[in-house]
Design a protein around this ligand. Structure first.
Ligand code: BGC
Ligand code: CA
Length: 342
């Protein structure tokens, strides 16, 4: 009996040790955000953190709009033994520096939100991108304005048949800013409506800067502006502040403002009737897909995938060998904003 017990104990020990040896190293993912002080990115970051909770070792750093700082953060992640990286580039055109660092250590890289050139993406097979097709968001903004313009003949203030607009741009070097600016106006023109740009300037995705720019636009174009396009909600909300200060949204004085993101404060503005429309830039899905890919890569999973959306090519074609995850945009107006309120 005693012998049997001893054998059992020995066996248990053997299994325990074998089990220990097999215990997988906790995956370690290093995340850098271009700057924490960006409303949309804070929602993406929240989702990455929620998805990673208790599952992996996660380090999330604020790159403070400083590419050299972000490069240093990547060096640190690598020395600390990260098994995958998820990077929201400060300057997408500087991607090669970070890619070379990751490549040298054979640590896979997931980029998100600030899209690098497809040519750069093609330089390594272990680099992925999670984002949304900026052209689509621009087109949707334009479509919201077209529907409004057609339903409201009084929107053509000077009755010249043309739509006079101002444009508040995000960081002009950014793909999202470029394409939203271009495709929003293209959609209006494609609907047969002539446009005239009264002013266009960057407010760097920032609410306060946009408020200042909009106040200046209003002074320089008294009574002439018929529509305000903003590349994101923060800037749209800044413009609304400036408009309120100039007496808009009281009585009959109205200005259609369209933006992108569908952040909670933008949904409130939709409810209050100050924001005409926005486009859902799905922070939750983008954060989740970023985490899913980084986790799969960090753990050497056989299949690199996310349930959020399938892998695709740069052009959007679904393809299991693709390195992109494109999260679709959704038009949000007063008809459906309630569906997006949490
Ligand atoms: C969002 C902006 C954000 C920017 C940061 C865009 O996709 O719409 O709100 O500031 O990403 O890169
Ligand atoms: Ca007009």
């Amino acid at each position: 009996m005693k012998k049997l017990l001893m054998v059992l104990v020995a066996l248990a020990l053997v299994f325990a040790i074998a089990g220990c040896n097999k215990a997988p190293v906790k995956p370690k993912i290093g995340v850098a955000i271009y700057k924490f002080d960006d409303t949309f990115m804070s929602y993406v970051r929240n989702q990455i953190e929620a998805a990673a909770k208790d599952k992996i070792e996660l380090s999330v750093q604020d790159s403070q709009y400083d590419q050299p700082k972000q490069n240093d953060q990547v060096d640190q992640f690598l020395t600390q033994g990260a098994t995958a990286l998820a990077i929201n580039l400060v300057d997408p055109s500087a991607v090669s520096v970070i890619m070379d660092k990751a490549k040298a250590k054979k640590i896979p890289l997931v980029l998100f939100n600030r899209e690098p050139d497809a040519a750069d993406m093609a330089k390594w097979d272990k680099v992925y991108y999670v984002g949304a097709k900026a052209q689509q968001s621009g087109t949707m903004q334009g479509e919201i304005v077209v529907a409004y313009w057609k339903a409201h003949p009084e929107a053509d203030l000077n009755k010249d048949g043309k739509l006079q607009y101002v444009m508040l741009m995000g960081d002009p070097s950014n793909t999202d800013a470029k394409f939203r600016t271009e495709f929003s106006i293209k959609a209006v023109e494609d609907a047969g409506i002539k446009t005239e740009k009264l002013a266009e300037d960057t407010a760097m995705w920032d609410r306060v800067k946009a408020q200042e720019k909009m106040a200046a636009f209003l002074t320089a174009n008294k009574g002439k502006i018929e529509v305000v396009f903003a590349n994101n909600d923060d800037m749209g909300l800044g413009a609304i502040e400036a408009l309120k200060a100039a007496g808009y949204f009281k009585g009959k004085k109205y200005m259609p403002v369209v933006s992108v993101d569908a952040t909670p404060p933008a949904l409130d503005a939709l409810e209050q009737g100050t924001l005409l429309g926005t486009v859902l830039n799905d922070a939750v899905k983008q954060g989740q897909a970023t985490y899913d890919l980084a986790f799969a890569l960090a753990t050497g999973a056989k299949e690199i995938k996310s349930d959020v959306a399938p892998l695709a090519k740069a052009d959007g074609t679904v393809d299991p060998t693709g390195k992109y995850i494109w999260v679709p945009y959704v038009k949000v107006t007063k008809e459906n904003y309630k569906d997006f309120k949490k």
